[in-house]
Design a protein around this ligand. Structure first.
Ligand code: FES
Ligand code: FE2
Length: 374
């Protein structure tokens, strides 16, 4: 029997229906009710130079991010109020105004108000103050930029709280490596795979070698039948290993302020639906983010962040560090694509979750709640 505090489910719930993974209408509802309403990762502050603006896409929604100063980033919908043209096509210098490349209306970069209608002369029924850029909320957290396109954004709350990474020097980390992969699967299939380790023994031999508990298909000790919250967790990694690299050794100095528990854990995950998870190790940090590009395709981006001290080491090669998790990500990508091919069959109605898939159930409930479906 599961103990009272165990996260294991006490039943085997149904998963989402098959059409949730390919149906255009379902996808359109998710765009409206999830992707245009929730906080979505938009890149590292360090990677958007002051005085630059950059376009990005979330589903069909175009956004432009503008770095005004050291500490200020603003975002707008990437559409002109004249006749709807895209305003920002590539990363480019940002002046005091943003000018439409079509008929040259211009808007103030700092607050989006309409400055000029260029060669056009409006009549008295046109009010400039009603025709500024549509704003998008921004949030800076630990050097990560998040955006929210809702009219009234909900509070930004990572699953483990805002203070989780207080012991990491997050804001000062720099991006040492980045990879982008297009997945042939619905975005939710990626999250389902992320949320369980039953696949670890068969899909991830290298990771299961490094993290002994993964060999048993478990994510943590709390999933054991005899688990008690009073037991102190041991080291998560195999003997002699301290971090997620091929040899288990750190790629640079260990972050100074980590607690013993954070060091023992070796991988400190934070999940921010619908777009992102972050995993902080003792020597580097990885952020994985996704955006749906169609009902059955998803763009996945992974970034590896290091301290400036680590980056300065002679002969340091961030891509060598990245190679370890890249293998794991590729294994997960192939598993997710295999899953998508199967659930595309008209015979598939819905799956059944096992007690160990409590995080997937939570994710499904999160989705159902937002779409208002059972
Ligand atoms: S569409 Fe932008 S100025 Fe005409
Ligand atoms: Fe995996």
């Amino acid at each position: 029997m599961a103990t009272e505090q165990s996260p294991l489910l006490d039943h085997c719930p149904s998963s989402l229906p098959g059409n949730a993974y390919f149906d255009e209408n379902w996808y359109a509802r998710e765009q409206c009710l999830i992707w245009q309403k929730e906080w979505v990762y938009a890149g590292r502050l360090n990677d958007l130079p002051i005085g630059k603006m950059r376009p990005l896409k979330i589903g069909k929604m175009g956004i432009m991010l503008c770095r005004l100063s050291e500490t200020e980033v603003v975002a707008y919908h990437n559409i002109c109020r004249h006749r709807g043209s895209e305003l920002c096509r590539v990363e480019q210098p940002l002046g005091k105004t943003i000018s439409c490349p079509y008929h040259a209306w211009s808007y103030a970069a700092a607050d989006g108000h309409l400055v000029s209608t260029a060669h056009a002369t409006p009549t008295a029924d046109f009010h400039k103050e009603e025709n500024g850029l549509f704003p998008v909320a921004t949030m800076l957290w630990n050097g990560f930029i998040f955006i929210n396109a809702a009219d009234e954004p909900s509070p930004f709350i990572p699953d483990l709280g805002l203070e989780t990474y207080d012991n990491w020097p997050m804001a000062s980390l720099v991006t040492g490596h980045k990879s982008v992969r297009n997945l042939n699967c619905n975005w939710k299939v990626f999250w389902e795979n992320y949320n369980e380790c039953l696949h670890c023994p068969s899909i991830h031999p290298e990771l299961s070698d490094l993290v002994p508990i993964y060999r048993e298909g478990l994510m943590s000790e709390s999933e054991r039948q005899d688990w008690s919250p009073r037991k102190t967790p041991g080291n998560a990694l195999k003997e002699g290993a301290v971090t997620w690299t091929f040899d288990g050794q750190p790629c640079g100095p260990i972050f100074l302020d980590l607690t013993k528990a954070q060091i023992k854990k070796a991988a400190n995950f934070v999940t921010i639906y619908p777009s992102t998870y972050i995993v902080a190790h003792v020597d580097y940090v990885r952020i994985v983010s996704l955006v749906p590009t169609s009902p059955e395709t998803t763009q996945l981006t992974a970034e590896w962040l290091f301290s400036p001290a680590t980056m300065k080491q002679i002969e340091f090669d961030p891509s060598e560090v990245a190679a370890f998790a890249s293998i794991v990500l590729e294994q997960d990508a192939e598993a997710a694509e295999m899953n998508q091919r199967g659930l595309r069959s008209p015979r598939f109605e819905a799956g059944r979750l096992m007690p160990q898939e409590f995080y997937i159930h939570n994710f499904h409930q999160w989705v159902r709640q937002r779409l208002n479906v059972n």
